[in-house]
Design a protein around this ligand. Structure first.
Ligand SMILES: NC(=O)c1ccc[n+]([C@@H]2O[C@H](COP(=O)([O-])OP(=O)(O)OC[C@H]3O[C@@H](n4cnc5c(N)ncnc54)[C@H](OP(=O)(O)O)[C@@H]3O)[C@@H](O)[C@H]2O)c1
Length: 268
């Protein structure tokens, strides 16, 4: 096992639930300061309280914001400077899915997905990297998905946003090599969080495929992600089955992927 790297301040987006909450809990033992960002302030405050009890020395800054709003992102960055919470670890975790045919999807939700999964992640990275480069220390974790490797019917826009995240992370990693700032793309398969519920359209609709047999606990996803970061790896597919699926997908030609995706059970 590699030595855990410590950071002065970690900012985690989407910290009110699921993987983001877990990142906050697992990172608390190796940071001086934590910034927890999401829209639901009550949940963030409850998490902050838990961390204060478990790690009294850690300073926690709770910041409620809708990250799809560029103005709220600017305000967040300004407030970080004012409060002297300058992240040297950025965990771009907040993300949103939409399960169903593209053409019948709600445009507002599609726009939020593009805004959160792509624009917010890119904007925060752009805003926070210069300080990391100046101090010569830092890291970026971008939470992508196994879906980033596949064109996925019924998750077409979601999978495309995650393809962006994986590609962006790989290219940025090369650009930042000379500065010693690692970039990691975390590519989980299905994980039981609020994600599936949020991705569903209304009350109707079946569970997303793969959620029963491929599920990896969120604690394992985050633990494997942090080991991968400490080992300076470019990507991690947490869980054995997910890692095996990633290897298989990478070995398949696009014609085979088209065939398999065409045979995959559809939502309706
Ligand atoms: N769960 C899976 O099966 C799975 C698989 C592969 C990849 N992932 C990726 O893992 C990441 C975390 O997802 P999760 O599974 O933990 O989902 P989750 O339980 O639904 O959590 C999503 C988090 O994002 C926050 N969020 C949503 N919209 C936001 C907005 N407009 N502004 C700020 N924060 C917002 C939510 O907080 P608020 O609602 O309080 O704002 C919540 O904290 C995502 O990027 C997802 O794509 C998940």
């Amino acid at each position: 096992m590699p030595q855990p790297v410590c950071y002065s301040c970690a900012l985690i987006t989407g910290a009110s639930a699921g993987l983001g909450e877990e990142f906050a809990l697992q990172l608390a033992s190796r940071v001086d300061k934590l910034v927890l960002v999401a829209r639901r302030e009550t949940l963030l405050r409850q998490l902050s309280e838990r961390i204060r009890v478990l790690h009294p020395a850690v300073e926690v800054y709770v910041y409620a914001a809708d990250l799809t709003d560029p103005g709220e992102r600017e305000d967040l960055v300004e407030n970080l400077i004012l409060r002297r919470f300058i992240p040297d670890l950025l965990v771009n975790n907040a993300g949103l899915g939409d399960y169903g045919e593209f053409v019948t999807g709600d445009w507002t939700k599609i726009r939020s997905m593009l805004g959160l999964n792509i624009e917010a992640l890119t904007h925060l990275t752009h805003a926070l990297l210069p300080a990391m480069i100046r101090c010569g220390h830092g890291a970026v974790i971008n939470v992508s998905s196994l879906a980033s490797l596949l064109p996925l019917p019924d998750l077409a826009v979601y999978a495309a946003t995650k393809a962006y995240v994986t590609s962006f992370s790989e290219a940025l990693r090369i650009e930042l090599k000379e500065h010693g700032i690692p970039v990691l793309a975390v590519c989980p398969g299905p994980v039981h969080t609020e994600f599936g519920q949020v991705a569903r359209r209304g009350r109707e609709g079946r569970e997303m495929p793969g959620h029963r047999c491929f599920n990896v606990p969120k604690a394992q996803v985050v633990a494997e992600a942090l080991v991968a970061l400490d080992s300076n790896r470019a990507r991690v597919y947490p869980g054995l089955k997910t890692a095996a699926a990633a290897l298989l997908i990478a070995a398949l030609p696009i014609v085979a992927i088209r065939l398999v995706m065409g045979l995959r059970p559809r939502k309706s």
